[in-house]
Design a protein around this ligand. Structure first.
Ligand SMILES: Cc1cc2nc3c(=O)[nH]c(=O)nc-3n(C[C@H](O)[C@H](O)[C@H](O)COP(=O)(O)OP(=O)(O)OC[C@H]3O[C@@H](n4cnc5c(N)ncnc54)[C@H](O)[C@@H]3O)c2cc1C
Length: 629
C-alpha cells in the first residue's frame, strides 16, 4: 500500500502517520526554491560542471526534485548529468505525486513523467531516468540511516527535508546526520528549513558549519552551511576519483557492449565499438526476439532483485528509444510455474503488497484462460515485462552521439602503450587505441582475456529457438502475451520490420559447454515437447507447422557465469569486463552499462552496493549454484 495522505482544505498534503504537513505554510514551490536551491547556491554552483549530485533526505511528494529538475532544464550552463538521490521510508502513490504538482503548471509535465515511473517501489534502491538519462533520480526506499550507510558517492549539495524533528526525530538524530555527512566532501553545501537547536548542534557534531539566514515569511529563519569538519573525514569505503571522459574502445557490439558504449557516451566519452562481424548484434544478441520478465523467489534473492533493477532500466530505454509494437512491447508476461511453484516473498503479501503487485502477482483466471490454461494452473502475471528485439536496442544504443561502430574488426589482443591500450588484430596491426578498454565480447571474452593472462570462469550455453510465420487466423488462437516458465513462447513478433508480418517464436534449447551455432532438427522437437508442457493447447495449434517443415530456426551462444549473475568489473586498471549476461541480456545489459559508468565516475550507483559488488568478475567465478533462467 502506498503511504496514505490527506489533502487539507487549502490543498496542502498532510501525513496522518507523522501528524504533519508535507510542506511549509509558505508553499512547497517557494520552499523548494528559497530554502533548498538557493540555500545550496544553485543553480550558480553547478554552472558548467560535468556532473552535479544532490542528496535529499525525505523525498515526500517529490516537489524539491521537480523544482531542481526544472531549474536544471532552464539553465544553459547546466551540468551534463544531474544526480538526485533521495531517501524515503514511506513512498506516496503516483497519483498523490502528480496531485501535489497540480497547482504548479510549470511543473506539471515533469510531474507526469515522474508519475509514470513512480511504481513498484519496494524497499531498496530504484533508479528513475529522465531527459534521455541526463537527469537520474535514485530513490532509496527505506530508513534513511540504513540506506545511506551503504552509499559511497559524494554529494555536492544536501537538502535536509522530511517531517519536523519533533514529529520524526529518527530522521534528524546523530546517526542519521552522520550517515548524511559520510556522503559529503569538504565544501558540500547543506540547506534546511529547520533551525531547531538540536539539529544545529547535531550538524555541528557531524562536521557541518551552519548558520541561520532570513527565512520566507511566515518563517523567520532557515539554515544553511557546508561540510567542513575540523578533522580529516574517514571513509568506510574508498571513494574513487571521478574520471574525465576521454576515449574508450569497446570490444563487442551485442547488448552488453552497446549498452556500455551508450552509458559512457552520455557522460561525454568518445566510444569506438569494434566487432568481428559485418553488422552489430550478430552474436547472441541476434536473437529475433527475447522475453524480459522479473525473476521471483521466496527469499527475494540477489538474482531476483537484480532482475528488477535491470528491467526497470531496460524499460526506460525501450520506452525512450524503440518503436512500441514493432521493436518491443510492454505486453506483460505470464509465467506458467511448471517445475516448481514460484513462492512470492512473505513481505509481498503484507506491507509491500502494493509495490510488489506493480511487478508480479498471481495470474488471474482471465489471463490463464487467454493462454488456454485451466484456472487452477500455478502461474504468475509479470506486469513490468514483455518482449524486445535485442538488435533494435543494440542499434539504438549505438546511435547515441559519441558512439562510433566499426565492423570486421576482429580483436586478437591488446597491449599497454604509454598511458593507452593498443588494440591489435591477429597480424599485430593496430585496430584502435584508447585509454579505456571494455571487453564485452560475450563468450569470446574468455579466450580474449586468456591471451592477457586472465582466467574468466565463463561458460558457453548453446540455444536454439523455433519460429514460423502466422497462418491466417492464428493471432486469434494464440495467447495475446508471451508465456515463459519452461522455455517460452512469444506469440506475435513482427519480424519483417513492420508490424504487419507476424511470427511466433518458441524455445529455446539450453545446452551447457556447447559453443556451436549450427541448426539442429532435434532442437526443434525439443522446443515442441517443452511447448506441449508449457501451453498444451497452443502446442496442438502449432504442431502442424512443426510437422510440415514451416518452422525456421535461429541458434546462438549465451555466455554464463557460474553464479548466473553478469560479470562486471575491472580486470586490471582501465580494462573492464562486461559479460556473462546468461539468458537475461535484456534484463542485465542496460543496468551493467550504467553501473560501469557510475563506478568510473564515482557516481551514485543505480542499485544497492551489495548487489553491485556481487557482479565483480571474481565473485561471479565463485562456486556453482543450481540452474536459474
Ligand atoms: C537461444 C537464446 C535465447 C535467448 N533468449 C533470451 C531471452 O528471452 N531474454 C533475454 O534477456 N536474453 C535471452 N538470451 C540471452 C541474450 O541473447 C544474451 O544474454 C545477450 O544477447 C548477450 O549479449 P552480449 O553482448 O554479452 O553478447 P553477444 O550478443 O554474443 O555479443 C558479443 C559480440 O562480440 C563480438 N566479438 C566476439 N569476439 C570478438 C573479437 N575477437 N573481436 C571483436 N568482436 C568480437 C561478436 O561478434 C558479438 O557481436 C537468449 C540467448 C539465446 C542464445
Amino acid at each position: 500500500m502506498s503511504e496514505p495522505i490527506e489533502w487539507l482544505a487549502d490543498g496542502t498534503p498532510y501525513s496522518p502517520r507523522f501528524g504533519d504537513r508535507y510542506r511549509s505554510a509558505c508553499g512547497g514551490l517557494s520552499q523548494a526554491r528559497e530554502v533548498f536551491l538557493k540555500g545550496c547556491g544553485l543553480p550558480a554552483a553547478w554552472a558548467s560542471q560535468p556532473q552535479w549530485c544532490i542528496l535529499e533526505t525525505g523525498f515526500g511528494l517529490g516537489l524539491n526534485f521537480l523544482v531542481t529538475w526544472a531549474a536544471w532544464k532552464a539553465d544553459p550552463l547546466r551540468p551534463r548529468l544531474l544526480h538526485f538521490v533521495s531517501t524515503e521510508a514511506f513512498p506516496a502513490s503516483p497519483e498523490d505525486v502528480l496531485r501535489s504538482a497540480r497547482d504548479h503548471p510549470e511543473l506539471l509535465a515533469l510531474a507526469q513523467e515522474l508519475q509514470r515511473q513512480f511504481w513498484g517501489l519496494l524497499p531498496g534502491i530504484h533508479r528513475l531516468a529522465f531527459e534521455g538519462g541526463q537527469v537520474l533520480l535514485t530513490l532509496c526506499i527505506g530508513n534513511t540511516k540504513a540506506m545511506l550507510r551503504e552509499q559511497s558517492f559524494e554529494a555536492d549539495s544536501v537538502y535536509l527535508d522530511g517531517f519536523s524533528p519533533p514529529r520524526n526525530p529518527d530522521m534528524w538524530d546523530a546517526h542519521a546526520l552522520k550517515a548524511v555527512a559520510r556522503c559529503c566532501r569538504r565544501g558540500t553545501r547543506v540547506a534546511t528549513w529547520t533551525v531547531a537547536r538540536g539539529v544545529r548542534d547535531t550538524l555541528a557534531q557531524c562536521g557541518f558549519v551552519v548558520g541561520k539566514v532570513p527565512g520566507l515569511p511566515p518563517k523567520r529563519e532557515n539554515l544553511q552551511g557546508s561540510f567542513d569538519p575540523a578533522w580529516e573525514p574517514r571513509k568506510t569505503r574508498p571513494v574513487s576519483v571521478p574520471r574525465t571522459p576521454g576515449h574508450c574502445v569497446v570490444i563487442g557490439s551485442g547488448l552488453a557492449g552497446a549498452a556500455v558504449a551508450a552509458s559512457l557516451a552520455r557522460r561525454g566519452w568518445q566510444v569506438l565499438v569494434l566487432d568481428a562481424a559485418a553488422a552489430p548484434a550478430t552474436g547472441a544478441s541476434g536473437l529475433p526476439g527475447g522475453v524480459m520478465a522479473p525473476h521471483v523467489s521466496p527469499d527475494d534473492s540477489l538474482f531476483s532483485r537484480l532482475s528488477r533493477s535491470g528491467i526497470r532500466i531496460t524499460l526506460q530505454h525501450a520506452e525512450a528509444l524503440l518503436q512500441a509494437g514493432s521493436d518491443w512491447s510492454r505486453s506483460g508476461v505470464l509465467e506458467h510455474c511448471i517445475r516448481h511453484p514460484r513462492v512470492r516473498p512473505a513481505a509481498w503479501q503484507q506491507g509491500d503488497a502494493g509495490a510488489a503487485r506493480d511487478w508480479s502477482r498471481p495470474a488471474g483466471t482471465a489471463q490463464l484462460a487467454q493462454a488456454g490454461l485451466p484456472p487452477e494452473t500455478p502461474a504468475l502475471w509479470h506486469v513490468q515485462a514483455g518482449w524486445v528485439k535485442p538488435a533494435a536496442l543494440v542499434r539504438a544504443w549505438l546511435a547515441t552521439p559519441g558512439v562510433q561502430w566499426r565492423g570486421q574488426a576482429t580483436v586478437n589482443r591488446w597491449v599497454r602503450q604509454g598511458g593507452a591500450w593498443q588494440v591489435l588484430d591477429a597480424h599485430g596491426q593496430e585496430l584502435a587505441r584508447a585509454e579505456l578498454l571494455v571487453l564485452a565480447a560475450g563468450y569470446a571474452s574468455r579466450a580474449l582475456a586468456r591471451g592477457t593472462g586472465q582466467h574468466l570462469a565463463l561458460q558457453a550455453v548453446r540455444g536454439q529457438v523455433s519460429w514460423a510465420w502466422h497462418e491466417p487466423g492464428m493471432a486469434d488462437v494464440l495467447p495475446p502475451f508471451p508465456v515463459n516458465g519452461h522455455g517460452g513462447l512469444i506469440p506475435a513478433l513482427p519480424l519483417a520490420g513492420g508490424a504487419d508480418r507476424l511470427a511466433w517464436m518458441a524455445g529455446s534449447s539450453f545446452e551447457r559447454d556447447n559453443a556451436s551455432t549450427e541448426i539442429r532438427p532435434g532442437d526443434a522437437q525439443h522446443n515442441l515437447a517443452r511447448l506441449r508442457a508449457l501451453l498444451p493447447g497452443t502446442a496442438c495449434q502449432l504442431a502442424d507447422q512443426f510437422g510440415n517443415g514451416k518452422v525456421n530456426a535461429w541458434a546462438g551462444v549465451r555466455c554464463a557465469t557460474l553464479t548466473h549473475l553478469p560479470a562486471l568489473g575491472l580486470l586490471e586498471p582501465d580494462l573492464w569486463l562486461c559479460s556473462g549476461m546468461g539468458s537475461r541480456g535484456l534484463s542485465f545489459a542496460a543496468l551493467c552499462g550504467e553501473l560501469l559508468a557510475a563506478r568510473l565516475h564515482a557516481e551514485p550507483l543505480p542499485l544497492a552496493q551489495h548487489l553491485a559488488d556481487a557482479l565483480l568478475p571474481r565473485q561471479t567465478a565463485a562456486a556453482p549454484t543450481p540452474e536459474v533462467r
